[in-house]
Design a protein around this ligand. Sequence first.
Ligand code: ZN
Length: 67
Amino acid sequence: MADVIRIHCRTCGQPLPEGIRTPTFPFCSPRCKMVDLGRWFSGDYSISEPLPREEDDLEFDPESGSH
Ligand SMILES: [Zn+2]
């Protein structure tokens, strides 16, 4: 057998048609593409979570050097 790599829809897991790069690749349908996009925006992938305020924890105030 040829080593065909089966691509599965990243949203629903359905195998995509072999050798066909659909406009919605790597998703089986526009709907699944939108679902994946929605995950991004809803923060499921948690790439750009708001960072904790590290600077506030330093408690370093160079202007009031009375310490
Ligand atoms: Zn799908």
